[in-house]
Write a protein that binds this ligand. Sequence first.
Ligand code: AGP
Length: 629
Amino acid sequence: MNHRFSNTRKTRPNFTKYGAISCYHTEIMCGIFAYIGKPKSIKLALGWLQTLEYRGYDSCGVCFKTKKGLKIIKTVGGVDNLTKQLRTLNGVVSNRIIAHTRWATHGKVSTLNAHPHTSCNNEVAVVHNGIIENFNKIKSKLRNHKFTSQTDTELIAHLVEDEIKKNKSAKDIIKYLYNLIEGSYAIVIFLDSRDEIILLRKDCPLVVGLNNSEIYICSDSQAISNFVNRIIYLHNNTGAIIKENQIRFVNSLGLPVSVQEEAVQKHVENSGNKKYKHHMLHEIFEQENLIYTAINHRLKDLKNDGIIDFSRCSHDALSNVKRIVIFGCGTTYHACLYGSYLMRELLGIHTEAWIASELRYSKYIHSPNTLYIGISQSGETLDTLQIVWSLKERGEKVLGITNSPSSQLAKESDYVILMKAGREIGVAATKTYTAQLLELMFFTMMLAQKQKINTKFYIRPLEKLPAAVSNILKRHDEIRDLAEKFYRHKNYMFIGRKFNVPTAYEGALKLKEITYLHAEGYAGGEMKHGPIALVDKELITFAVAPEDPIFSKIESNISEIKSRGGKIICITTSKQLNTDEMFLIPTNHEFFYPLLCIIPLHLFAYHVADLLGREIDKPRNLAKSVTVE
Ligand code: AGP
């Protein structure tokens, strides 16, 4: 990981001085993969590395042991580029492989800055996630070494080279590095001359997977779960030494420690995506089954007068909630916002939705019986996790909603709701967004049941949702037609009211994220307070306008735009609406329209991106899991 040398921010600024809700600073994007065992094809290993591209895909590299020493291949761009470079090495195998995929935070994207990094004698290779905060200080003392990159990571290779020359053992090297390096890190070091691999971990995830005599090391347990039997989640300040396919664990002083092996939860891969041009399209279509399954599962309790069951969520602790604070980032924040509208409306409980990175710097105000809900599909978003850690330090209770059972959010929250959306590969969140909406809907129903609010009324509209989703997906050619008509336009506005303000925000985010076109999401009532100045015949406005109790309000917003020459596309239930274009959705209850209305908007973004030839599953500058501040 690169580090802007002038920027040496402290990992933990003073809590009370800021009075803010959280204070850690780590930079842990990038993916690490390593393999030790019987000879494996390098190409196969790169396939595994590719599953980590959600953590970044601007450059990558691999290092493997050969009879002539370490071979290192690096490139700018994703793993596909690396595989192309490896064509000449077809059929090459190795029993020691370390690989890395990077998302640049400091320093430019370049082949030289890609990992692995090596020592001057090329005998030590290192991959690293995180940041070495005292990089400058240490580097200034290493005058006898030639640095070839701008990264802080390279420093480790040079330091270890010196220690090997002094004949230091692996456990002494671990002790030395833990003592010397300040910051946060997950590090894998390969010592070629000794055929030894060393691991260190502080504040960045690193797991070890075991399968008979094979050892896998990874920054994400899900990526290796299908080919290992047992997993060890390294604790902070734990190191490991791997020699002759044997692994020993030590603490930061180099002393032996015991670790806990966990049985692996096999991860069900997406199937059938070959039918679709992109993962994103496949994931949009997967919603048909996912929504059907999720609703049927949850509705059982609601119908049988039982309290909806959230297995890892203690009901007792949730019975006296007086205030709810929901936080998340990006698309997930839009789900939080939806949750806040719904909880206020149905429960009458004071509920706030926060962008996690904003909540972090806002003043923490304690009020008794507050339930904090952190939402993150990946469960690894740093802005969100930082709030969770901070709240836990303050003794607050946190409910985590995530799609990843092995994530930090799942492990560190007091209560957990697991969305069962399956792995989402496309960087743009689609099925995980609707899964979040569903979990929030049912969680709110459960709180309502606790308050003796009658929820029976919602059974029928909920039952109608799966068929409505199928209906929308079956007509997806209509959306393709709209995209073909409008994709040359450069500016888009999305408006909605109340429950569909988050839908408008999300429609705009998705369009800009994968098409790189300018799009804004607004509450319809805000148009006349400024944005209406943008309206001309070039501006395309999507109005999210189902016939809900405030339908007449969005109708007025639509007229105001139309009378100024703006082009309007409506997502609506009303055939009578005065609009240029419309996409009809089936009728339902106002609470649940956001789930239906977002699907045509996600499809529109997809088709425009496709028509513009964008890299839909890996949009520029983004990563699936944002593990930096
Ligand atoms: C969605 O399309 C985005 N890629 C992004 O906004 C995402 O929702 C956000 O980074 C939060 O991710 P999380 O749910 O994994 O925390």
